[in-house]
Design a protein around this ligand. Structure first.
Ligand code: FAD
Length: 405
């Protein structure tokens, strides 16, 4: 009897299997993952787990008995090589094939490799899987020099962890600022000064030409202007691209990703797609399709697909949100960065919030550093599209706007 096949046992795929049972689906579920370990959380790989502040058991989404108890056929170390959408089968690397009634694609992303000459020979760390974090953690030794290529959240979180372990940290970016696509310039500059005060050196607008290894096994970065810098270890944190090769081969709608609707359904009525591999609608909060790489998005789409398959009520579309931990600071972000917004800064004892308003004075994006109450209120203000008064917004408690509705 064919049931549900889920490709990808990551955050989205692993959660979807659980939600299917929670919502009452009683047919067979087969969860297939290339990695050799059960579904786990990736965020701690650049934060608490990298700093050895968290046990391995706490990384896993579910306890060891969960899958067997819930009759979920978990196949680890197994890669799906092809989807035959005509006959509704997936073909495994072993050559076996598994039939499905509904297929859920949750293949996530693939890391972008460093494209510089010499990079592969010299060797560098990347963070996506548990074993990569384990390998990097073993090298975070007092006094070692780490060169981090990339200025996104993962790069900055590793910088913070490395400083905590007493390393000398240098961060390289091609552009003139940090967090180019995901944070405002104000928050990017604020975080940069926090890192600089902790001892991180930034090299922005840097133009790396190639990599080489010295006779003493140091890793050398060479720059277009002829300069050279030497490190004990290198990390590339230059982002990832959706892993949509299976979807592309079977003709699903999408460019570099898989386009889905509010139920996480793809252009094929028997195929759902969830998590980092998708582009999805976020209405009523935002127009158009959006590609999000975050745990809240993976969970929400896992619920959407499971609800649609099990015939239960779909979850409400939440305002997108994200978090990052760096040193003792917690950044919480609600909404999406929009062009042409007006910025309001709210300073408080422990941090700062940057609020971004649309032309008609509604909140569209909020970056709250060490201020969970601003963050919680911001999510609701965005969801309810409440009009704000920019003249008193830098002082007035945000939740007071909520009580007016
Ligand atoms: P993934 O978790 O990437 O899982 C996809 C799985 O599919 C992988 O295990 C892959 O091996 C498997 N797979 C792919 N192809 C096949 C195939 N053909 N056959 C079988 N299996 C296959 N998000 C936040 O919200 N906050 C954070 O602070 C945060 N920090 C992060 C830190 C790090 C270091 C990383 C790497 C990510 C972080 N993220 C964070 C992002 C978050 O982890 C992802 O958004 C989330 O994991 C997406 O889940 P997913 O299931 O879509 O993809």
């Amino acid at each position: 009897m064919s049931g549900i096949v889920i490709i990808g046992a990551g955050h989205a795929g692993g959660s979807c299997a659980g939600f299917l049972r929670q919502y009452g689906y009683q047919g067979p579920i087969c969860l297939i993952g290339s990695e050799s370990v059960p579904p786990y959380q990736r965020p701690p790989l650049s934060k608490a787990w990298l700093s050895a502040d968290m046990d391995e058991d706490d990384l896993y989404l579910k306890g060891p008995d969960f899958y067997a108890l819930n009759q979920i056929d978990l196949r680890l170390g197994t890669t799906v090589q092809m989807i035959d959408a005509e006959t509704r089968h997936v073909v495994l690397s072993s050559g076996d094939s598994i039939p499905y009634e509904y297929l859920v694609i949750a293949t996530g992303t693939k890391l972008k490799p460093l494209a510089y000459k010499g990079a592969d020979e010299v060797g560098y760390y990347q963070l996506y899987q548990m074993h990569q974090a384990k390998a990097l953690a073993s090298q975070l030794k007092q006094g070692a020099r780490i060169g981090i290529i990339g200025t996104g959240y993962i790069a900055l979180e590793v910088a913070a962890t490395a400083i905590k372990h007493g390393l000398k940290v240098s961060v390289f970016g091609r552009g003139e600022r940090l967090l180019r696509r995901v944070a405002s310039l104000s928050m990017a500059n604020h975080l940069k000064s926090i890192h600089e005060n902790k001892g991180v050196s930034f090299y922005l607008n840097s133009s790396i030409s190639h990599l080489s290894q010295s006779l003493t096994h140091e890793k050398c970065l060479h720059f277009d202007n002829g300069d050279e810098m030497r490190f004990d270890l290198l990390l590339a944190g230059i982002g990832a691209v959706p892993d949509n090769s299976l979807a592309k081969a079977c003709g699903l709608r999408g460019h570099s990703d898989i386009v889905v609707d509010h139920e996480a359904r793809s252009s094929n009525p028997h195929i759902f797609a969830i998590g980092d591999v998708t582009s999805r609608p976020l209405s009523p909060h935002y127009e158009g399709l959006h590609h999000l790489e975050s745990v809240p998005n993976a969970l929400e789409q896992a619920k959407q697909a499971a609800a649609a398959i099990a015939g239960s009520k779909p979850p409400m579309v939440d305002v997108p949100w994200f978090w990052s931990d760096q040193y003792e600071h917690k950044l919480q972000i609600a909404g999406l960065l929009q062009a042409d917004s007006t910025l309001i800064e709210r300073r408080h004892e422990t941090g700062v919030s940057f609020l971004h308003l649309t032309r008609d004075h509604r909140l569209s994006f909020a970056e709250c550093l060490n201020n969970p109450s601003d963050f919680m209120a911001s999510k609701l203000l965005i969801a309810k599209k409440i009009k704000l008064d920019p003249t008193d917004l830098s002082e007035r408690p945000l939740k007071s706007y909520l009580t007016l509705t």
